[in-house]
Design a binder for this molecule. Structure first.
Ligand SMILES: [Zn+2]
Length: 190
């Protein structure tokens, strides 16, 4: 697994420096920008610092990791800091019960790049994301079968589009994470 550490500059809109005291879940997203590479998604999060705080419409957005089209991973936030990745006016009942009434405060966010408007992911992206998610489950003592969330499962947003449209592919992804998780727990050094 290839993780490049490129932390965002601390700023109100994408790296507010709020503490993430514990992690209860991992939320999977798609960038909704066909063909966009991870470095550019990171650049977008970084650029949010340039917003005029007086503007009418302000964007707050970030995620802890971005997985590129070729499986390269960029980490742009430390794991003990909160990202703005799944905030909303309202949340699904189950998310409020099992996560919190403000799930940003107890989840990690992973953005997945995708080639086209279908939102489908490349095998490289899925493999790297599954390996990353498995590693995080182990690090934070999470059960991969119950701790992975689509953004959709938290707020109802159509994200990641492909996994909302194809629930079977989402279940396959969760199963893949579980496989990597078990391999790690078997003590296989990777
Ligand atoms: Zn999302």
């Amino acid at each position: 697994m290839n993780i490049e550490n490129r932390l965002l500059t601390p700023n109100t809109f994408s790296r507010p420096g709020k503490r993430l005291p514990f992690v209860k879940g991992i939320v999977i997203h798609y960038t909704a920008a066909p063909g966009q590479r991870a470095v550019n998604t990171r650049g977008y999060f970084e650029s949010l610092k340039n917003q005029n705080p007086e503007a009418d419409h302000l964007v707050f957005a970030s995620a802890h990791f971005i997985v590129d089209l070729d499986g390269h991973i960029i980490q742009d936030l430390p794991l003990d800091e909160m990202a703005y990745h799944c905030g909303a006016q309202t949340y699904k009942e189950e998310a409020m019960m099992r996560l919190s009434t403000y799930p940003n405060n107890c989840t990690l966010g992973i953005e997945l790049c995708h080639k086209n408007s279908s939102g489908a992911f490349s095998d490289d992206t899925l493999t790297a994301a599954a390996e990353l998610a498995a590693h995080l489950c182990r690090q934070f003592s999470l059960n991969p079968e119950t701790s992975l969330w689509r953004h959709f499962d938290v707020t109802g947003k159509d994200c990641p589009k492909y996994f909302v449209a194809h629930e079977d592919k989402w279940n396959q992804f969760v199963a893949l994470v579980n496989e990597y998780y078990k391999e790690e727990n078997d003590g296989t050094e990777r």
